[in-house]
Each structure stands twice: as C-alpha cells, then as structure tokens.
Design a protein. Structure first.
Length: 316
C-alpha cells in the first residue's frame, strides 16, 4: 500500500519550507539579480577603452565625480579626461586605436560604444575642449570597422582609419592630417576632404578658416612632442613594477585626509598596510612606475609638497 502522509505531517513540512530563512532568501533574490545586473552593465559600459599609461597629475570625471586617473582604468560614454601641467596620457580604444593627450587638456567622450555592442562597428564621439591630442590607428586597427568623430574646438573631423593631431587653444584650433583620409568641417562652413599627408588646417577664433597647407617637419615634430609620454619623468603604466612610498603613518584615520588631498590633486595614491615589528603602518604609495628613473623623478618632484618628506622607492 502506498504511503499517504497525514495532515499533521504535511503541515510540519510546509512550516519548515516556509520558514523565516526561506522568506529572507525570497526577499534577497531580487537584490541579488539587481547586483548582477549592475556588475554586468558596468563591464559592458567599460569596454570602450582603457588607460594604458600616464604622467600625473590627471583626472577622470564620471557622473560628476572627479578621481585621480590610474593605469588600467576603463572608459565609457560620458567620461571626461583632464590633465594638469606637464601631464601626458596614453589611451587604448576598444578597436586598437591609440589616443594621446597633452598637458592642461580636457577631452570628453560624448559617445564610446564597443564594436561588440554595435554590429562590429566601434563608435566614438570625442570632444577636445582644450589642449593637444593625437589619434592614431594601429596596423591591426586598420582592418577594423569604426565610426569616430572628433571635435577640436570649432572643427569637426570624421575618422575611419588615420593618424591625426589636433589642438584647441584660446586663439585658434588646429587639425593636422599626418596620414590617411578624413572629412573636416569648421562650424558654419561646408565640409571638405583632407587626404594629403602632412597637411594642416587652422581656424583662428571668431575668424574664417585658413586654407589647408603643408605642415613643416619641424612644426610637426614640435606638435607631436606635446602629446608624447616623456621617458624618465614619472610615467605610470599598466605593467610598471616600481613604486614610491610617500610616507608611513601609524594611524589610518590620520592618513585618510592626506590621501584625499593627493588624489584630489590628480595623483594616483593608495594606502598600503605594512607590519613593522608587529605594528600596523599605513603607507601612502604610488605604484606602477614604468622604470626606476620614472619613480625617482616623481619622488624628487613631490618631495616637500603635501606633507611629503623623503619619499623612498621600492620594486614590487
């Protein structure tokens, strides 16, 4: 005869099934799904590009929050990159192109959509508010599909696969075609094609654009230097293995205000915990210098500022 549980047994089983723990799990499940969604969406948004290397000070502004830029940071639509005096930045886009930024510059990523989100086409709209920048398509990137529009002050350039340099300053905007082919347009004027290598286009502020002309090699070399990383002057990179310890403090709460001051100033500082003679010490450290010379240059430059005295170099 098949076993038939009585009513009391069934009620006990149901009571166990619908215990308070069960109901807590039910209530937490939507929160779990929401967290997974946030993680997934952040990963998706972040795929547009990343920071390869930089010279401080530099910042990332995202949704109104300003933070010190660090190597490996991922970029997404709506981000703004800012640089300070003597700063440089090297960014790598999703499809392999490189973006270089010079000192005292502001670059907005109005649109940044990875290729895997748009039918294999990388899409970006970059707005250089001020400073100098360079966009270079890598050899591999030439084979990839892209739709990139760059605004340099009042100039708009459409890029498909090329190497350009541009700057936006108080008195003029400059677009230089190093190689490739681009469409260009000054605000309020007809669009035209630039396809002669080593040619440039200048738009004085509040004046008509000047005719496209060949760029002298000396001028191009000077412009290019404005956006190139300067070896031995404090470069941080993704694969850098040198660090500078700025100070060591016994009390973590005392280290926090100094950390906030340094990061607000555009320095990629972190707190590291070290145990010395059985006691915790909190070290303010900048990690990721490309070479010992880069670490030494940064240490010498910041010594005596922000309460930093006699910083020391380590390899990790």
């Amino acid at each position: 005869m098949k076993y038939q549980p009585d009513v009391k047994t069934l009620l006990l089983k149901c009571d166990h099934l619908f215990s308070p723990v069960f109901f807590k799990l039910i209530l937490l499940f939507p929160l779990f799904l929401f967290s997974i969604g946030l993680i997934f969406s952040s990963v998706v948004c972040a795929a547009g590009g990343k920071v390869e290397a930089l010279q401080m000070p530099a910042w990332l502004e995202r949704e109104g929050t300003l933070s010190a830029l660090t190597p490996g940071m991922v970029l997404q639509s709506g981000d703004t990159i800012k640089t300070g005096p003597a700063s440089r930045i090297l960014l790598k886009m999703d499809e392999g192109s490189l973006v270089k930024l010079g000192e005292n510059a502001v670059l907005n990523f109005d649109t940044l959509i990875p290729a895997d989100q748009k039918q294999g086409i990388f899409e970006a709209a970059l707005n250089l508010v001020k400073g100098a920048f360079r966009f270079t398509t890598s050899a591999l990137g030439h084979k990839r599909r892209r739709q990139v529009d760059v605004r340099i002050g009042s100039i708009t350039a459409g890029i498909r696969g090329t190497d350009i340099w541009g700057s936006s300053k108080i008195d003029k905007d400059v677009l230089c075609l190093i190689e490739g082919r681009i469409s260009a347009q000054n605000q309020g004027e007809p669009e035209f094609i630039m396809e002669d290598p080593l040619s440039f286009y200048i738009v004085p502020k509040d004046k008509p654009a000047l005719p496209v002309a060949p760029v002298p090699e000396t001028k191009l070399a000077k412009w290019a230097d404005e956006t190139e990383l300067q070896p031995g002057t404090g470069i941080l990179s993704i694969d850098g293995q040198w660090a500078v310890n700025l100070m060591s403090i016994e009390n973590e709460s005392s280290a926090r205000p100094i950390l906030a001051s340094l990061t607000a100033a555009g320095y990629a500082v972190k707190i590291e915990t070290a145990i010395v003679n059985g006691k915790n010490w909190y070290r303010l450290r900048v990690s990721g210098f490309k070479t010992r010379e880069d670490a030494r240059a940064f240490a010498a430059g910041i010594d005596g500022s922000y309460g930093v005295l006699h910083p020391w170099i380590v390899k990790f």
